[in-house]
Write a protein that binds this ligand. Structure first.
Ligand SMILES: NC(=O)c1ccc[n+]([C@@H]2O[C@H](COP(=O)([O-])OP(=O)(O)OC[C@H]3O[C@@H](n4cnc5c(N)ncnc54)[C@H](O)[C@@H]3O)[C@@H](O)[C@H]2O)c1
Length: 321
């Protein structure tokens, strides 16, 4: 039986847990969260999924010292993630990790955890799942490794917490991880995040990539405009409306006629099934390798912290999750 841990069983952790239920390999799952209420909801969500698989599962408010862990999924918020990872490393030798974004609130944590991973030989990936969604991978095949224009627009969707997904996705599509962030189009006054204790920003964020690709993300402070993702290069144009599960494509091959196509976006409770199966069978998965994600995180978060500090100089860490 493979030993799996879910660390942090809140809104997202409980979805990762649901996904485990469908994993083909037999699992011994331990769910750790200091909140009994979160554990209760996670248990209800797990029980609500019916599958053929009969995994072992236990729920705990603290870490027990255990033998090796094959895969740990760390889905706390960013402010306690380093501590949660350290508790995990103290409790159990861990082979493979999936860590939620945004990774950490303090710059030093990124390198500290990288050293810890090197020291223990653990391999980690960051959960930026647009990289593994079939519909986006199909687009990648058509625009392979050329500079692209990428634009996201919508209302009140959480610009900073989601910017990492889109910037990571551009890095994946164009094969380039170096970019400069332009924060001049952002509203300078942060707003509270929907996750208590964290901040968000509205306005327009631009990432200019070293290969010429450009990612522009606009979050309107009001209204209910659904999020639309547009991906263009000189030979193809895509418009993706995730909430409707549809995309439109025009390109040289269609003589620039627009064609509509189904674009189902899988839930986290589906994505993690395949990620964990792949980790267990091959020791690898399609999510963002930790070191690559650290580079992307810091190029995003440092300029955003500078912007927040221009209004609130006492801010010391990245106040986002
Ligand atoms: N990758 C994605 O697509 C995606 C989507 C949504 C959220 N997220 C990220 O996931 C993270 C969590 O978001 P959420 O909405 O689930 O938050 P949440 O507040 O619902 O859940 C966080 C959980 O962590 C628990 N926790 C706190 N300290 C802990 C510790 N030391 N050890 C173990 N558990 C601890 C809390 O009790 C809580 O249950 C955020 O950083 C968010 O940005 C990622």
């Amino acid at each position: 039986m493979f030993k799996i841990k879910i660390i942090g069983a809140g809104q997202l952790g409980s979805r990762h847990l649901q996904a485990l239920k469908a994993v083909k390999q037999p699992l011994d799952i331990q769910v750790v969260d200091p909140s009994a209420a979160s554990l209760q909801v996670a248990k209800e969500r797990y029980d609500a999924v019916s599958t053929e698989q009969a995994h072992q599962i236990s729920f705990s408010t603290s870490f027990d010292r255990t033998d090796g862990t094959d895969v740990a999924i760390v889905a706390t918020n960013s402010d306690v993630r380093r501590k949660a990872l350290e508790s995990l490393f103290d409790a159990s030798e861990t082979r493979l990790l999936v860590v939620e974004k945004l990774l950490f609130n303090h710059r030093a944590d990124y390198a500290e955890i990288e050293s810890k991973l090197a020291e223990t030989g653990a391999k980690a990936w960051v959960n930026c799942p647009m990289r593994v969604m079939p519909v986006y991978e199909q687009i990648r095949e058509n625009i392979a490794a050329t500079p692209i224009s990428y634009r996201v627009t919508g209302s009140q969707f959480g610009l900073v917490t989601n910017a990492i997904h889109y910037i990571d996705h551009v890095a994946h599509l164009c094969g380039c991880t170096e970019f400069e962030l332009d924060t001049s189009g952002l509203d300078r006054n942060p707003i509270p995040s929907k996750r208590p204790g964290f901040l968000e920003l509205n306005g327009t964020l631009v990432a200019r990539f070293a290969d010429g690709s450009r990612c522009e993300i606009t979050c309107y402070p009001t209204g209910a405009a659904p999020v639309v993702v547009e991906i263009f290069n000189e030979k193809n144009r895509y418009v993706i409306r995730e909430s409707e599960g549809k995309l439109w494509h025009a390109g040289e091959r269609s003589k620039w006629a627009w064609l509509e196509q189904a674009a189902p976006i899988p839930y986290q409770s589906q994505i993690t099934t395949e990620v964990v199966e792949s980790l267990l069978s091959t020791g690898d998965c399609g999510l963002t390798p930790y070191a690559t994600s650290v580079r992307i995180h810091l190029q995003l978060l440092d300029p955003l912290l500078e912007l927040v500090r221009s209004q609130s100089p006492e801010t010391t860490g990245y106040p986002f999750t």
